[in-house]
Write a protein that binds this ligand. Structure first.
Ligand code: FDA
Length: 305
């Protein structure tokens, strides 16, 4: 039943008509639990509050699978605005983005132009940018572009997903760049031809790649809400004397907020991924797919309206 619900929400996350409707009707159905607002001003308010509690942030202007140049330019401009606002307000925040919203599916020239604009502005404000990893069909291209950008910029990192068979190899291949990587389990619906179908295998591979990347001496963001993985990381860094400034934990805005604060109190760096913008629908559906128990929460929100 749980797997069926998961697949259902991942299916819904790609529905274009529902995406358009969601944009039109604004943040609904409990989405504001996971999304900081529709405007940069609302997001800034949330960042300030998180920063005041000792939490670091990475902000993401929501949007994905853009299919025309004007929209890709508009998305790039929104990210540039976010960078300026973070710089002006001197917030403890980095930037995350999806390259499909910068034109990845349209042309290499367009996506490179937009990424360079963003990385130049980010450099000016001393800000780090993480390229989120999207579905498997875009993985190779994302890594190719990341390699190219990493030669030109030192303020860029990307994400690798533990559910993909290829990831262990990617960690080794990227090691020559000494990259700052965010490691995650993976949020998209992938075929067993490319990804471990069993959660148990994903969790084992996750531990394996965390160890590999940390012992290679690289900065590692462990982005998970899974207590077993957090425990594993704590033991690993202790055992190998890995300093606290070589890694950080990351969680999504609205998920396990109390645990986020506890980890700060325990002396760890904790970064919260704060999404904002009108294009919240796909992101929200993936959060429901991760934990169908959240559907009860959503239904309560619908009933209340
Ligand atoms: P898992 O799903 O096994 O959950 C472990 C426990 O965490 C659950 O039992 C529950 O207690 C709690 N939990 C998890 N999800 C919850 C939810 N939605 N609501 C409430 N509780 C929940 N993916 C990707 O493919 N590309 C990317 O670029 C990113 N980027 C990214 C950044 C950051 C900062 C995070 C935290 C995550 C991502 N992800 C991602 C998503 C990631 O791949 C994964 O889908 C989610 O983090 C859920 O997996 P967990 O590791 O939390 O474990």
């Amino acid at each position: 039943m749980e797997q069926a619900l998961k697949n259902f929400f991942l299916f819904l996350s790609k529905n274009k008509a529902l995406t358009r409707a969601a944009k039109k009707y604004g943040l609904r159905f409990g989405a504001s639990r996971f999304v900081a607002g529709e405007t940069i001003d609302q997001a800034i308010k949330v960042i300030k509050e998180l920063n005041s509690k000792g939490l670091e942030v990475t902000i993401d202007y929501l949007g994905e699978f853009v299919d025309n140049e004007a929209e890709a330019i508009e998305r790039t401009n929104q990210s540039l605005e976010a960078i300026k606002a973070i710089g002006k307000e001197k917030l403890h925040s980095q930037l995350s983005l999806k390259m499909t919203s910068m034109g990845l599916d349209l042309s290499d020239e367009l996506v490179m132009k937009n990424m360079r604009k963003i990385l130049n502005a980010a450099k000016e404000h001393n800000l780090f940018v993480t390229i989120d990893m999207e579905d498997f069909t875009r993985c190779q291209k994302t890594l190719d572009i990341f390699r190219q950008l990493k030669i030109e910029y030192d303020n860029v990192g990307t994400v690798l997903q533990a559910y993909l068979y290829r990831t262990e190899r990617d960690i080794e291949d990227l090691n020559e760049f000494e990259p700052n990587l965010r490691l995650v389990k993976g949020a998209y619906k992938e075929s067993p031809e490319v990804a471990f179908p069993d959660k148990k295998d994903v969790d084992e591979n996750y531990k394996k790649i965390i160890k590999l990347h940390l012992l290679n001496g690289n900065f590692t963001a462990i982005a998970t809400h899974d207590e077993a993985i957090i425990d594993y990381t704590k033991k690993l860094v202790k055992e190998h004397n890995i300093p606290n400034d070589q890694f950080e934990f990351q969680m999504l805005y609205g998920i396990r907020p109390e645990r986020q604060l506890e980890l700060v109190k325990e002396g760890y760096k904790m970064r919260v991924y704060v999404p904002f913008g009108t294009d919240w629908y796909g992101y929200f559906m993936r959060r429901l797919a991760e934990r169908p128990a959240n559907v009860a929460f959503v239904l309560k929100g619908v009933v209340k309206k």
